[in-house]
Design a protein around this ligand. Sequence first.
Ligand code: GLA
Length: 387
Amino acid sequence: MKEQLIKDFKNIYGDGEVRSFFAPGRVNLIGEHTDYNGGNVFPCALSFGTYGVVRPREDSKVRFYSKNFESLGIIEVDLKSNIYDEKDGWANYPKGVIKKFEESGNEIKKGFDLLIFGNIPNGAGLSSSASVELLMSVILKGLYNFDISMVDMVKLSQKAENEFVGVNCGIMDQFAIGMGKKDCAILLDCNTLEYRYAPVELEDSSIVIINTNKRRGLADSKYNERRTECEDGLKELQVKLKIKSLGELTNEEFEENKKLISSQVVRKRVKHAVYENQRTLLAVEKLNNGDIKGFGELMNESHVSLRDDYEVTGIELDTMVALAWEEAGIIGARMTGAGFGGCTVNIVKNENIDTFIENIGIKYKEKIGVKADFYIAKIGHGARELS
Ligand code: GLA
């Protein structure tokens, strides 16, 4: 992959020295829509992601080229006038990261030429955009020798997405992609950013990701709506409870105080945020104790809660998960990421994977009329320079 991209780079920008970098995609195993509610998440970095080949320039120009969006050609930006521009498409993500580096005191005087290629399915909820952000971060650190930690690059990348691109995401995706570790998931407390790695040892089973091939579409506006609903619920609870976020509540405390929340809909949203957070802690405990079946059952509960209480699934995701639940060898299945479309994450016994893929492929096509894509996930390291 790397060699091919270096060739492509030289075809576009000409011969000379280059450096190569990589940032993964991520899949969240459990803990959905909890990050911006101050709760816990349990994602891992994937072995597929975004590759970047780069060469510094002597002037203040930055040139971007993506092999995933070849019709956009080379997108050229001057560091002195780096502002959001809709027509720059995907390049607004790395542009935002450059801006946030500069705003935090990391001065960038000279530009670079960059070629990227990602093998993360686009818009599938596996964080192709956060992958590009962290790719840009490790490139900037590498080219200009900035003294900046990975956690700070994670925070700047999230800031770029929130403030430059205007998507109000939490910190889970950037954290998983920056801090990922091979064969481990990360239990991250989004309130404190304390984290620990948990080996994902699934004995005779594997993680299978299924893309519904329904693009997220409406997701961004609904995503912000859910955030607001949770903030409204929190405010009503704060009339009596001394809490800063929903992540501080136990299930029992929620049940005792839920009457403080006037809207039934908001009550359901808050219930999901609280229960999902507790479910995540329990799930990690089960995995650590080798109880994979118990972990899978909590994945299933997570999906039901996202479907009925948080209402971020939809016909494609619900059909895909229901089909998985019917199959032999299924340990657990749920939607992953923001929802409304994108992917499901499944734990499946190795001996059943072939028939699992075959049966679901046929049945999903019959019911929804769209072909699904299947990936057997490998958990890889976080964003880095390639040697
Ligand atoms: C998107 C956001 C994350 C997180 C998930 C839902 O992926 O980028 O911050 O909120 O949705 O868990």
